[in-house]
Ligand binder design. Structure first.
Ligand code: GRF
Length: 325
């Protein structure tokens, strides 16, 4: 299979299960998930979409999962001329047991995350005495604010050498404000309804964040389309979290769309922001299963739990790219 993925390069267990007639789903960073329904033979992997092959050969991460629990991450490191495969049995018994509940916090660690979370604190121990460089984060939120709180928690537990310096919201009375008050984080309201244009709103945001001296800005459930002004004010420093495996299911109804499409795997993506909504270089993704009895609430809960894990890591990666840490 010149130029493609040779079957033997995927994890053995996955081949076994695929050969046993399970559906196999593959997604990668450039294209929506591809599902191969019940290929009879392992050789049927040769049916994989050629674009998926191409993506793997350009070094992009791929996520592979079977319908009954085994998930794998496969990426290619061109310098090593070989695949690096990491795989994990979701139920610990070669995939033959019950699927775990991913809403149960004890199951959080079983979702697939790419890149893997470091076993050590993301930036080492915070110095706490002001002698070390701690990032100053600005956060934008429109609603509940659970991702905002997850960032604050990561800072305060020492998992991220950063401080949330300022929260900006656009909706008076939103849940993020109550969280900020409880957590003692400074917040400001910039109600989009009182600005004449997107540009005017973004200019106000830029002024607030510049005055607060933030290094990076995180859109943690910011339900406004941003302008080039905001992107240019924080080049490669504007991060978004989205509840799907981008580029699948962009936009405001990603979870509903994933359910409607019948995908068996979904997840979340933290990425740098580009002008087109929900595009831009991907920093971190996590994949979760979609169960047949899921509704929007149960799938959202599973995805949100992973968002809270990957967003601090994405901040870390973005800062490291820029030499800020
Ligand atoms: C998250 O699902 C995020 O991916 C999306 O908006 C939601 C915000 O949730 N952009 P919360 O307000 O952080 O709880």
């Amino acid at each position: 299979m010149a130029g493609g993925i040779a079957a033997g390069e995927l994890p053995d267990q996955l081949l076994h299960r695929t050969g046993a007639g399970e559906a196999l789903q593959i997604s990668h960073q450039r294209q929506a998930a591809i599902t191969l329904a019940s290929p009879a033979q392992p050789e049927a992997l040769g049916q994989l979409n050629p674009q998926a092959h191409a993506a793997a050969f350009t070094g992009e991460a791929m996520q592979v999962a079977s319908t009954q629990g085994v998930q794998a991450k496969v990426s290619q490191d061109l310098r090593q001329h070989g695949f690096i495969a990491q795989h994990r049995w979701q139920d610990g018994e070669m995939g033959h047991g019950q699927s775990p509940s991913f809403v149960d916090p004890s199951e959080l660690a079983r979702a697939v995350q790419w890149p893997s979370a470091p076993s050590e604190p993301l930036s080492g121990e915070p110095t706490g005495d002001g002698s070390g460089r701690r990032l100053r984060l600005g956060v934008l939120a429109s609603g509940n604010g659970s991702n905002f709180e997850a960032l604050v928690a990561a800072c305060r537990t020492g998992n991220l050498a950063a401080d949330v310096t300022l929260l900006v919201v656009n909706n008076p009375g939103c849940g993020a404000i109550a969280r900020a008050a409880r957590l003692g984080i400074r917040w400001q309201l910039h109600d989009h309804r009182s600005h004449s244009s997107r540009e005017a709103l973004d200019r106000a945001l830029i002024s607030s964040f510049e005055a607060a001296g933030v290094d990076l800005v995180v859109m943690a459930g910011w339900m406004r389309i941003v302008t080039q002004d905001l992107i240019d004010a924080f080049p490669e420093r504007l991060i978004n979290i989205h509840p799907s495996l981008l580029p699948s299911f962009r936009g405001a109804r990603a979870i509903d769309q994933a359910l409607a499409a019948g995908v068996r795997i979904s997840g979340c993506t933290a990425h740098l922001v580009s002008l087109e909504v929900d595009t831009g270089p991907i920093l971190v993704q996590a994949a979760v299963p979609v169960h047949s009895d899921d509704d929007a609430a149960t799938l959202a809960a599973r995805i949100h739990a992973q968002e809270h894990r990957i967003l601090p890591l994405a901040v870390q990666l973005a800062a490291q790219r820029l030499g800020l840490l």
